[in-house]
Design a protein around this ligand. Structure first.
Ligand code: PMP
Length: 408
């Protein structure tokens, strides 16, 4: 993988921030966009823009082709059986809420269980809390190991025949751990439960095959994988989606409307009420082309190498605590430096042109489990280099010095 050539395709990376060349280490929050994606969105607005599924005019059909073409690319990207199994959403949060608001409320009742973990992002936790409250189901947590990882024996011990849904993140946005989704899915299915996967941190960084995982639902966000903000998708097995009720009603999603009753369009459109994020979908299609051209396996290899290099170098800094398992990590490292507040670490690094994330990362229950209020996080993508890591390490030494810990 030629990282320098890849960097050339990301215009935003070539600038100084606070007098220093930008080092962007916050792709887990949102990735940067390559020229091909920016151009695809501009081209759409310059040449093809119109509403979809409506007009008989030429621009209307071009826009519809572009939008539905993006759905086909997304289906292939995840290895879904058909584009009908891809519902475009605003992102992971909206996709998970759709399952929780529609499927969970329909199948759960008093005494049933929804199973998640304490490492979940709020977007894969609160929708289930709400669904449990609304239906009388019990929310149960698969316990975590000390390093934050999950043991399959604990999954076995938590999931029962009363479990209707299991929802787990594929890759943790804090711990970097890659969860054994295929195995967890098999356990869920053994008990007749459906498996939901939060794919926000896996889809941008590794090859995902929903049919191989055999999960029932899979959610992801475009903006973390080189696409614009405001577009993402829910994958669902066709039979499940067909049986589900929409949660948004209005234009685009109807078949026949009467004064007191209405019927819905077929999949996937019954879940896409209102004018969709057409240019966003076009951008997602271009992002998928871009990632496919480089190859997800190559991207994953590059990021693992970088994360391992970062882990090793960070480990040599006196006073640092690194969170998450040593093995089986994706491309991010979460840490705290002595007792310097992570926001202060991020602020000092920003003065050196280095962008990292600090806070609870939308994982307050996990922060409580780790016994911290917040952490700092450096996350990597295909455009990051070992020099970026070296700049981070230098910046952290300077941060320590700034806060009176000396260098070491
Ligand atoms: N789940 C995980 C693991 C995430 O990292 C994020 C984004 N930080 C989300 C869900 C929510 O994604 P979005 O804000 O794009 O809906």
């Amino acid at each position: 993988m030629n990282v320098q050539a890849i960097r050339e395709q990301f215009p935003i990376l070539h600038q100084n921030v606070n007098g220093h060349p930008l080092v962007y280490l916050d792709s887990a929050a949102s990735s940067q966009k390559p020229r091909s994606v920016i151009d695809a969105v501009s081209r759409f607005y310059e040449h093809d823009n119109a509403n979809v599924h409506r007009g008989v005019h030429t621009l209307g059909s071009r826009a519809t082709d572009a939008y539905e073409g993006a759905r086909e690319k997304t289906a292939k990207f995840l290895n879904a059986a058909s584009p009908q199994e891809i519902i475009f959403t605003r992102g992971t949060t909206t996709a998970l809420n759709l399952v929780a608001s529609s499927y969970a409320r329909a199948v759960c009742g008093e005494g049933d269980e929804i199973v998640i973990t304490q490492m979940e992002h709020h977007s894969n936790l609160i929708p289930w809390q709400q669904a449990a409250k609304a239906t009388g189901a019990t929310l149960k947590y698969i316990p975590l190991q000390k390093d934050g990882s999950i043991r399959l024996a604990d999954v076995e011990a938590t999931v029962t025949d009363r479990t209707k849904l299991v929802s787990v993140m594929y890759v943790s946005n804090v711990l970097g751990v890659v969860n054994p989704i295929k195995e967890i899915t098999a356990i869920a299915h053994k008990h007749g439960a459906k498996m939901v996967v939060d794919g926000a941190q896996s889809t941008p960084h590794m090859k995902v095959d929903v049919r191989d995982l055999d999960c029932d639902f899979y959610a992801f966000s475009g903006h973390k994988m080189c696409a614009p903000t405001g577009i993402g998708a829910l994958y669902g097995k066709k039979a499940l989606l067909e049986a589900m009720e929409p949660v948004e009603f209005g234009g685009e999603m109807i078949d026949h409307v009467d004064l007191y009753d209405s019927t819905w369009k077929e999949l996937p459109w019954k879940f896409e009420g209102g004018t969709p994020i057409i240019a966003g979908a076009v951008g997602l299609g271009a992002a998928i082309d871009f990632l496919n051209e480089i190859g997800l396996d190559e991207i994953e290899r590059h990021e693992h190498k970088l994360a391992a290099y970062a882990y090793d170098r960070l480990s040599t800094i006196e006073g640092i605590s690194i969170f998450g398992p040593v093995e089986n990590r994706a491309g991010l490292v979460t840490f705290n430096l002595n007792d310097v507040h992570p926001h202060d670490v991020a602020t000092v690094l920003d003065t050196k042109g280095i962008a990292i994330r600090a806070g609870h990362h939308c994982c307050q229950p996990l922060m409580r489990y780790l016994n911290v209020s917040s952490t700092a996080r450096a996350s990597f993508y295909l455009y990051n280099t070992e020099e970026d890591v070296d700049r981070l390490i230098d910046g952290l030494h300077q941060t320590k010095e700034f806060f009176g810990y000396g260098i070491g």
